[in-house]
Structures are given as C-alpha cells and as structure tokens.
Design a binder for this molecule. Structure first.
Ligand code: GDX
Ligand code: MG
Length: 380
C-alpha cells in the first residue's frame, strides 16, 4: 500500500523545501510526491528544476504543479490543497499526506507516525505538537472557542490543532472531501477549518499523533502578518457553527510528554510591534461597525482611538465578544478591521496575564477557557 505526500507552497526557503520533498521521496511507503505552488514564481521554478533529479535519485515520481482555481474566496492554500486532492484521486494510491513546506525539522518519523496509525485502522491522522504559550493564538482564541460555541457536544473543539496542515487522509476520506462544495469553496486559509469539520463529519475514527520535538518553521514578527489568516479562519469557523451537528467519533490523542524549554519559552510574536496595531489607522467603517457591539465591548475598544486598551478582554469578555461577532459580523472591511483589533487585544491581554504564569499553567488556562465556553453553550 503506497501513499502520496503533498507539500503546498508559496514562497519558501529553497533548500528547506527541497529537503522536505527529498525526505518524502526517499520513504519506502511513498509512491508519489506532489508540490503544489501558488504561482509560477522563484520557489516554483527551483523545485520544478530539481524534481527530475530527485526522481532519478529515489525512483519516486516527484511532480511540481501550479494550483488550479477551484474555490470562490481569496486564492490561497485552499486551492492548493483542493488541487492536490483531485490529483490524488487520479492515481491508485491509498493514502494522502499533507505537510507544510517550511518545516525545518521534518523527517521520516512524521510519515511513519501517520502510516502506523493508519495501519492501525485510523483513516484520519492529525499530527500535533507542543507549542509556545503565545503561539497558536488563532487556534486558541478563534477556532477552538467557536467550535465549542457551535458544536459543544461534539469532539470538534477537543481536536488539538484544528488548523494543522500536517494530516493523513485515506482514499475514502479524500473522496468525501473532494465531493464537498464547502471544502472546495474554501480556497483561502479557511481550508484547514473546513477539512477538520468535514473529516469529523464522516464519523470515521481520528488519531492525533504527537511530535515531541515540535514543529519548527518560518516565524512571524508583528501579528499584523496574520491579518488575513485571522479573518479567514474566523469566517470559516463561524460558517462551521451553522453546519449540521456531529455524531460520536472514535478520537484518540497520543499523550504529550514534558515540553522542552526551547519550545515552551520561544517568543512567538513581537509584542512591541503589535501594540500599536490597536490604535493605528481606524477607518469610519470600523468605528461604525464597532458601534453595533454591546457597550461593554464597544466602549473600551473605541478607547484605543486615544490609548492602547486591551485589559478588558479577559476570557469571560472574549466569550461575549465571540457571541457578539457571530451575531453581527459581515465580511466587509469595517468588520474585518474590528475583528482583527479585538483579536489583537485578546492576544495582548492573555500575553500580559496568564501567559506569564509559566508554560504549563498558561496552557491549562487556555484549555479551561475552551471547555468553559462549551459548557456555557450547552446550557444556553
Ligand atoms: N499552494 C499554496 N498556495 N500554498 C500556500 C499558499 C498558497 O496560496 N499560501 C501558503 N501556502 C503554504 C506555505 O508555503 C506553507 O507550506 C503552508 O502553506 C503554511 O503556510 P505558512 O505561511 O507556513 O503558515 P503557518 O502559519 O505556518 O501555517 C499554519 O497555520 C495555518 C492556519 O492557521 O490556517 C499551518 O499549520 C498551516 O497548514 C495552516 O493552514
Ligand atoms: Mg509555517
């Protein structure tokens, strides 16, 4: 039984990308490697030049293609992943792995861990790994909370890394996803959210494989670099809150081991470069969108027109904020700006309080907040 390994990529370090393709091509379980580029730019040209050499060295077909335009949102990683699923179904391979191209500690153990779980009867395998306490702020503050609010009785909000790009899907799962218009439509960063929902909606067992050493990859500076991702993941997760409830799913999560210091205390973003985002460049559309929010949120949020104001965004107020956004948000520039500022405020409020209490306590606090949102949404 052979697998296809896919790397979606945009512009990445050439040697890191090539090394990852080579690791996959050399693996005995891998029957084909596919790198799907956003466009025909420098990284694409480099990988396309190297692919035949890699193929000659390993005997595994290695293909580098440009993604098709399949969805109706911003053309991004979603088009890349959907293109890959279609290519996979044209082969007779049994399993499809996805890995981000920028991982610098990718090795054969990632492929092996996923294959082992699939051999053990799990058609959906998700890799997860330890992260710094201020990393994964979209997962912790948007995706898991909205899953808890919209599907409190499901396993959705308990999935460790619902935005993770490192997954294995067996052929019948890919067939379901490729036929799903909601997955196909998500051409942007929302793809991972929809894949997480739609795979759980198959009712098939899910295995989460733990990568002890963490995922080392390209880092961010100011949170401004995450603006599109915040907006697109929020829009995808709010859409999921409106979709059908899920039945029970056999869900196994490998236990975590103590987190290494280098991972736990890595600074995940530049707080100083981020604070000014709260006050900079407010538009009239943003001010008008903010006025639709309850006073307890709109008041201090608009206080940012004068000075940075974020301490009000504790875990309880964040729950109220998500409910208010869910009820009022529209995919327009004013609302996108308000959503982004609120998220930045919540990240800073958390960073300057709970995140200071040590890695394990900080992670507990994040986890407790999500569970609390599910409990409150059950009784609502
Ligand atoms: N084909 C294609 N097209 N690939 C893309 C595009 C695109 O338009 N944009 C980004 N990528 C690739 C990129 O080269 C990398 O391999 C991967 O997608 C992830 O992008 P990266 O810039 O490394 O983002 P990040 O924050 O490290 O990604 C993580 O979070 C995302 C999310 O939160 O949604 C990672 O787990 C992603 O898989 C996940 O989508
Ligand atoms: Mg990355």
């Amino acid at each position: 039984m052979k697998s296809m390994v896919v790397f979606p990529f945009k512009v990445e370090d050439h040697e890191v990308a090539l090394g990852n393709l080579a690791t996959a091509a050399a693996h005995e379980r891998v029957g084909r490697v596919l790198a799907v580029g956003a466009a025909r730019e420098e990284t694409f040209e480099f990988l396309a030049r190297e692919a035949p050499l890699l193929m000659a060295a390993t005997g595994t077909p290695v293909e580098v293609i440009v993604q098709d335009r399949l969805g109706d949102r911003r053309p991004g990683k979603g088009d890349g992943m959907n293109t890959a699923m279609r290519r996979f179904l044209d082969t007779d391979l049994e399993r499809l792995h996805f890995y981000d191209t920028d991982i610098t500690n990718f090795d054969s153990s990632w492929i092996e861990g996923a294959e082992r779980a699939a051999d053990g009867g799990y058609p959906i395998v998700r890799h997860y790994f330890p992260r710094a306490s201020t990393d994964a702020m979209i997962t912790w503050l948007i995706t898991r909370p909205l899953f808890a609010i919209g599907h409190p009785d499901s396993i959705l909000w308990q999935i460790q890394q619902p935005l993770g790009g490192e997954i294995l899907l067996s052929r019948p799962v890919v067939e379901r996803l490729a036929a799903d218009p909601l997955v196909r439509g998500r051409s942007d960063w929302g793809i991972d959210t929809l894949i997480t929902y739609s795979t759980a909606a198959t009712g098939l067992p899910i295995y989460e494989h733990y990568i002890r050493g963490g995922k080392q990859h390209a880092l961010y500076g100011s949170l401004d670099e995450l603006r599109d991702m915040v907006v697109e993941c929020f829009e995808a997760a709010t859409e999921v809150t409106t979709l059908a409830g899920l039945g029970p799913v056999d869900h196994v999560v490998e236990p975590q081991s103590p987190v290494e210091e280098a991972v736990a205390y890595r600074v995940a973003y530049d707080a100083e470069a981020t604070i000014h985002l709260l006050g900079a460049g407010w538009t009239t559309a943003e001010i008008s969108a903010a006025s639709f929010l309850p006073d307890a949120i709109a008041g201090p949020l608009l206080g940012n027109l004068i000075r940075p104001t974020f301490a009000f965004l504790d875990a309880g107020m964040w729950f109220e904020t998500l409910l208010a956004l869910r009820a009022n948000y529209r995919s327009e520039p004013g609302w996108r700006g308000v959503l982004f500022r609120l998220w930045v405020g919540r990240v800073l409020a958390y960073t300057t309080t709970d995140a200071l209490s040590g890695h394990s306590r900080a992670m507990e606090v994040l986890d407790e907040a999500v569970s609390d949102y599910a409990i409150r949404s059950r009784s609502a």
